[in-house]
Design a binder for this molecule. Structure first.
Ligand code: SF4
Ligand code: SF4
Length: 183
């Protein structure tokens, strides 16, 4: 490349001042918004260490009040895409829970499962972070414990003992009546 091609035309002092002013002015204009927020309280948060407040009616991952649930299946029947499954063994009035799962690969967070619950024990929670690279983990078990709660087991034992005592009393009464008939 020739020297002539790389050489620029000299600019006048007036043009030079205008260029300097333009550079200064555009920098100021660009920093105007930055400057406005510079002294304000930050509006960003350090997620996931910090979280924004979540509205009460937010429809996030469900939570179950397991002690109140009666395994009536009303929520599962109401779900339009069949993503609730549950399994429990009934011991008289008490339930031994095996599973209660929601498949979040399918769930569309419509809340239709919540309204028909006769015990008001399934709710949409405020938790939303459910990131995984394993699809099987998206089938989420809502049970906080499997089997029976300690209280349910005590109630069942008391009911069994009461029944056994009643049966024994009935048997003793039957035996007394038989002895009376024989005498
Ligand atoms: S929120 Fe809707 S899609 Fe999800 S489990 Fe409930 S009824 Fe089914
Ligand atoms: S509708 Fe309510 S009580 Fe019935 S199984 Fe579902 S969560 Fe339990």
């Amino acid at each position: 490349m020739s020297d002539q091609a790389t050489m620029r035309e000299p600019i006048s002092a007036r043009e030079w001042i205008k260029n300097v002013w333009d550079g200064f002015y555009t920098t100021l204009a660009g920093m105007k918004i930055t400057g406005r927020y510079l002294l304000q309280k930050p509006i960003t948060i350090q997620y996931p260490d910090e979280r924004m407040p979540i509205p009460d009616r937010y429809r996030g991952i469900h939570y179950l009040e397991q002690e109140k649930c009666i395994n009536c299946l009303a929520c599962a029947r109401a779900c339009p895409i069949d993503c609730i499954e549950m399994d429990a063994i009934r011991h008289g009035k008490e339930l031994e829970w095996v599973s209660f799962s929601v498949d979040y690969q399918k769930c569309m967070f419509c809340e239709l499962c919540v309204y028909p619950c006769p015990k008001d024990c399934i709710h949409m929670g405020t938790e939303f972070a459910f990131v995984t690279d394993d699809r099987s983990e998206l089938k989420h078990d809502l049970l906080s414990y499997k089997g029976m709660s300690r209280e349910a087991r005590i109630r069942m034992k008391e009911a069994e003992a009461k029944k056994a005592a009643k049966d024994a009393a009935k048997a003793a009464k039957g035996a007394d009546a038989k002895e009376g008939d024989d005498a």
